[in-house]
Design a protein around this ligand. Structure first.
Ligand SMILES: [Fe+2]
Length: 260
């Protein structure tokens, strides 16, 4: 695995000079004295997770409608993975019966525990999901984490037509109640530029960037707010879509502390 990122292929759109410099991938991005943010190419995570991401990409055409999206523009597949480390390697367990997702900071669903659709053809793809979660946990430097780690895995397609835009929830700067957030873009078709934006904890903008397919960003959720633009079609007569894989990573005792 290499930590060198081809920054030429990542479009960083805005970087106000008065805010902290957005650093690219380096091995200590998650430590307290570093920037808490990384951008990269999925290929840099290794051959196995890259192959799994390509296989997961084929699921998006058969995802179910998000029952909490009223205009039918959002499709989802969801599962939870719990991982334990022995200091060197992780063991992963998919929680096949738990489809609950409570995102207390989301003003659209404040303190509402949503039941999200599972993965289609679930069992067949669980090993690929675990391969990607494994790479993400190593990327986050969690191999010495003594607590079990929960990763909420969201496959999300935002689709758009000339009459209707695709919106993430919430459609405003927010946090995801996790320790680390890792987002991959896996596919995109007929959509205008979709910017991701980053803010500090006083909601001052830090930077904007656009991910191409098979690129990711990762951040320390407690140090930043984040936001993604609406998905808007480029060519009017065709459907547009953007497929992302979102990993919300949280050591489990933190989860219990939040629930108490
Ligand atoms: Fe989010």
């Amino acid at each position: 695995m290499t930590s060198i990122v081809n920054t030429q292929s990542l479009k960083v759109i805005l970087q106000p000079a008065s805010y902290p410099i957005m650093k690219f991938n380096n091995s200590n991005w998650h430590s307290n004295d570093n920037v808490g943010f990384s951008l990269g190419n999925a290929a840099d995570l290794g051959e196995k997770p890259l192959a799994s991401l390509f296989k997961i990409r084929s699921l998006y055409d058969i995802l179910n409608n998000d029952p909490y999206c009223h205009n039918g523009s959002r499709f989802r597949g969801y599962c939870k993975v719990v991982s334990c480390s022995n200091g060197e390697n992780f063991q992963h367990q998919v929680l096949q019966l738990d489809q609950t997702h409570c995102q207390s900071d989301n003003p659209e669903f404040e303190n509402i525990s949503r039941i999200l659709p599972g993965l289609p053809l679930a069992a067949h793809f669980y090993s690929d999901i675990c391969e990607v979660v494994d790479a993400a946990l190593f990327h986050c430097g969690l191999q010495n984490e003594p607590r079990p780690i929960q990763t909420k895995v969201h496959l999300q397609r935002l689709s758009a037509t000339s009459e209707c835009v695709g919106k993430a929830s919430p459609a405003q700067p927010h946090k995801d109640n996790s320790k680390f957030l890792m987002v991959f873009v896996l596919g995109k078709s007929n959509v205008a530029t979709v910017k991701n934006s980053l803010y500090d904890n006083k909601l001052r903008p830090i930077g904007e960037f656009e991910l191409s397919p098979m690129q990711y960003f990762c951040l320390d959720d407690r140090r930043y707010y984040h936001h993604v633009d609406e998905v808007v079609v480029q060519e009017d007569n065709l459907i547009g879509y953007r497929d992302s894989l979102i990993l919300e990573i949280l050591p489990l005792s933190d989860t219990y502390a939040q629930m108490a």
